[in-house]
Ligand binder design. Structure first.
Ligand SMILES: Nc1nc2c(ncn2[C@@H]2O[C@H](COP(=O)(O)OP(=O)(O)OP(=O)(O)O)[C@@H](O)[C@H]2O)c(=O)[nH]1
Ligand SMILES: [Zn+2]
Length: 383
């Protein structure tokens, strides 16, 4: 049942190391040097971490005025952009980017109001410039998304032929935009089994947990294997994206807790199957950002628009990790318990045959009616 141990190439190891280090620097509020795939070099820091000394440091190192980069979704929500930016080529990660460089300069307040939808304020006076993806700015946004921060960055361009010298003098980590673009899919397609243990569950006593991790030490996902599925037959399968609030706390805002426990019960009743517990909290925007989206929903916005207002796509998940795990377990055909057509389409796209869809619907609880209705009306869920 284990994956053939494919050695990770030295090139990939170096690439993922610099991306992971850059993510860590950004989360600390430090600057990194990004060598963009477009040949431009940018000093980058997370907008979420920006105060006056931080802006002053960027000015001092770059010798020029920094700009704020937002996704087009966030810029529209902030009222400074009329419509979405068309990507230069069809790339699911390629959100259009919007660059704000006000003549009077950036202030921490302006950065906060534009980057963070939970901070009230207005920013009528700024004129953004738009850039289709790919661009160094778009790669900087991918980095802060990987860091699970708000999708907004402060950038300042540095002459490409001076980037190494500036980075060296200021002890800044350098990361290549091409590596940032390749990072996520590389980790997701090389997940391998790390450990397997028996964990009897109240609703499914004959259960084993199989833990997966990418060779570069990235995100970890779990397979909850119930009974002994026959790989020669389509396996009853549930893809479940992590939901701390619903799964662990029993939050009534969503249907996740009911779906998770319901899937375990149903698989146990049918004899065997697997639940993949995917580390994709908040449709892969992370818990902090999901809580930001909840704040907006408390003010009347629906779950799809709330994601867009924070600056993300409505759904940032890919099911490549799920497909990689299923194949590693020897399961090439599944009966998928879901109402989400994207899960069906993506699994097929990543080479897992979906023989059947098993509806996975639970009664509304009085708090999640609008959430479920939005999933049906806007996200095409088959409810
Ligand atoms: N961003 C965001 N994420 C949410 C919200 N409510 C729930 N989630 C997340 O949505 C995901 C729900 O995942 P699933 O139940 O696997 O998927 P689904 O898209 O509902 O599809 P099916 O249940 O398979 O039909 C989890 O990662 C939750 O954390 C919300 O209001 N905003
Ligand atoms: Zn949930």
């Amino acid at each position: 049942m284990s994956l053939a141990a494919e050695p990770i190439s030295p090139l990939m190891r170096t690439a993922s190391r610099s991306v992971q280090r850059a993510v860590s620097e950004l989360r600390r509020g430090d600057l990194v040097m990004l060598q963009g795939g477009d040949g431009r070099a940018l000093l980058v820091r997370a907008a979420e971490m920006t105060d006056a000394p931080a802006l002053a440091l960027v000015r001092q190192i770059a010798g020029g005025e920094p700009a704020l980069v937002l996704t087009d979704k966030r810029a529209i929500a902030a009222g400074i952009l009329a419509q979405a930016v068309e990507p230069a080529h069809a790339d699911p990660m390629g959100a259009g980017t919007v660059v704000v460089a006000p003549a009077q300069g950036l202030t921490p307040d302006l950065v906060r109001v534009l980057a963070d939808p939970t901070r009230p304020g207005s920013a009528q006076a700024v004129q953004p410039a738009v850039r289709p993806f790919p661009s160094a700015e778009g790669e900087a946004l991918l980095l802060v998304k990987l860091a699970r921060l708000l999708p907004a960055v402060i950038v300042a361009e540095v002459a490409a032929d001076r980037a190494d010298e500036v980075a060296g003098r200021n002890d800044l980590l350098t990361v290549r935009g091409a590596d940032v673009q390749a990072y996520q899919a590389a980790g997701e397609s090389t997940l391998r089994q790390v450990v397997e243990a028996s964990v009897p569950l109240a609703d499914a006593e004959n259960t084993r947990l199989i833990a997966f991790r990418a060779p570069d030490g990235g995100v970890e996902h779990l397979a909850i294997l119930i009974g002994t599925p026959d790989p020669a037959q389509p396996v009853l399968t549930r893809l479940h994206s992590e939901c701390f609030t619903g799964d662990l706390l029993g939050s009534l805002r969503c249907d996740c807790g009911a779906q998770l426990r319901g899937a375990i019960r149903e698989i146990a009743a049918q004899g065997s199957g697997v639940v993949l517990y995917l580390a994709q909290e908040g449709r892969n925007i992370g818990l902090m950002n999901k809580l930001r989206a909840y704040r907006l929903q408390d003010a009347g916005v629906d779950t799809v628009d709330a994601n867009l207002m924070v600056g993300f796509e409505a759904d940032e998940r890919t099911y490549l990790p799920a497909a990689t795990m299923l194949k590693a377990l020897g399961f090439n055909a599944v009966r998928l318990m879901t109402n989400n057509p994207d899960k069906l389409a993506q699994l097929a796209r990543w080479g897992v045959q979906v023989v059947d869809r098993v509806p996975h619907i639970f009664p509304a609880n009085g708090h999640n009616i609008a959430y479920l209705r939005t999933k049906a009306e806007k996200a095409g869920h088959l409810l």
